[in-house]
Design a protein around this ligand. Structure first.
Ligand code: ATP
Ligand code: MG
Length: 356
């Protein structure tokens, strides 16, 4: 196998700026939910088009229709001038439409390399060419500037690293149109920078990108244009140069920022949980008191120790120093069982891997 980076993508058939994909009255109803009201929107070749909107606005639904994961209720999708059914993921992929979904949908029990070539291992490499496959995958990963091993099990990587592999995977299958659904949710800043570099490089090669994000700074950093969905309705499309964060937020929620952050007066109850100089793997000397009825935010970058603090408090990891008080009394939380018995519950950061 002697594929090079240049061979990864077919030459785009359209010049940048021309319409590559057009939605005409695209609509989706789930039982009980009108998730996408008829949407008209044209994507230009080689643009980075951000889509923003509140939770439940219909962003992922739109992506599922474009990738053949879900059937549309009505409307048309015109790809390179021709109406396409997009009835199956296979059909979308054959056209060059791929997605990196919000939650990793690859196989954790296969190697990184096997995941990258999933579905085409045999046609590309023959049945027993494991080593050739790993070598090829590693070459692609290195070429993208990702510092990740191809031979390990995908499940041994962090969720963020798995997302990078999902992105790398999309580049090896003749992608002309690539959709990222909240890709940076689990990435460190460094990983996010690697991903942005990949996205810009793909754009440079003529690939059209849809970029879904809640993070305004990413939208302004990356996108050429941005569309806003609200309650399943497309409420506006702007070029990045002509819009601003307050305008986008206003379009997203139909109110101004001042109206959202309306503070209720609140009197907290007695302390429920308190840590004094709690230390553990990844954090040191954290003293926090949380009162009844209170919501306390823990703010910091990925890697700052927030999750480690919380999972130690919850008994999943051993503290190395400090004390934990529960309703005023010092307690030993040596296991999740202890935490649950006290009355704590943990909603973990990755529902798929750490939840039930
Ligand atoms: N399979 C489904 N069956 C029924 N309703 C669904 C289904 N998937 C999504 N919905 C509903 O459709 C609406 C749009 O959901 P969608 O997942 O597209 O939102 P989203 O904009 O991606 O939100 P988020 O930012 O939380 O990812 C929501 O009200 C959601 O509850
Ligand atoms: Mg979504």
């Amino acid at each position: 196998m002697t594929s090079t980076a240049q061979e990864l993508h077919p030459a785009p058939t359209l010049e940048p700026g021309r319409t590559i994909l057009e939605l005409k009255g695209l609509e989706k109803r789930y039982p009980g939910t009108h998730a996408l009201k008829p949407v008209d929107l044209a994507f230009k070749a080689a643009e980075i088009h951000a889509i923003v909107g509140e939770n439940g606005a219909g962003k992922s639904t739109l992506i599922k229709l474009l990738t053949g994961v879900m059937p549309r209720t009505s409307g048309e999708v015109i790809w390179e001038g021709k109406a396409e059914a997009l009835a199956t993921p296979h059909e979308a992929m054959a056209l060059g439409i791929n997605a990196v979904h919000q939650e990793v949908v690859l196989c954790r029990h296969l190697t990184v390399a096997a995941n990258m070539f999933l579905g085409e291992e045999n046609s590309r490499f023959g049945l027993l060419q494991q080593r050739a496959m790993v070598k090829e995958a590693q070459k692609i990963i290195d070429g993208l500037g990702f510092d990740l091993p191809a031979h390990v099990m995908l499940g041994d990587l962090t969720i963020g690293q798995q997302q990078l592999i999902a992105a790398a995977r999309a580049t090896v299958r003749g992608t002309k149109f690539l959709i990222f659904d909240e890709p940076t949710a689990y990435l460190t800043r460094k990983e996010a920078d690697q991903l942005f570099k990949l996205i810009r490089r793909l754009k440079g090669e003529g690939v059209t990108i849809i970029y879904i994000s809640h993070r305004m700074e990413e939208v302004f950093e990356l996108a050429d244009r941005v569309s806003v969905l609200r309650d399943g309705t497309l409420v506006g499309t702007r070029t990045i140069a002509e819009t601003s964060e307050p305008e986008l937020v206003k379009l997203m929620i139909n109110r101004s920022i001042e109206q959202i952050y309306h503070k209720e007066h609140f009197t907290p109850g007695a302390p429920i949980v308190e840590t004094r100089n709690l230390s553990g793997k990844g954090f040191e000397n954290v003293s926090v008191t949380v009162h009844a009825g209170e919501i306390v935010g823990l703010y910091g970058l990925i890697g700052a120790g927030r999750s480690e603090f919380v999972t130690t408090l919850y008994g999943r990891h051993r503290k190395s120093a400090g004390q934990i008080f529960w309703q005023g009394k010092e307690v030993q939380v040596n296991s999740e069982h202890d935490a649950i018995r006290l009355g704590m519950a943990l909603a973990p950061e990755s529902r798929r891997d750490q939840g039930l």
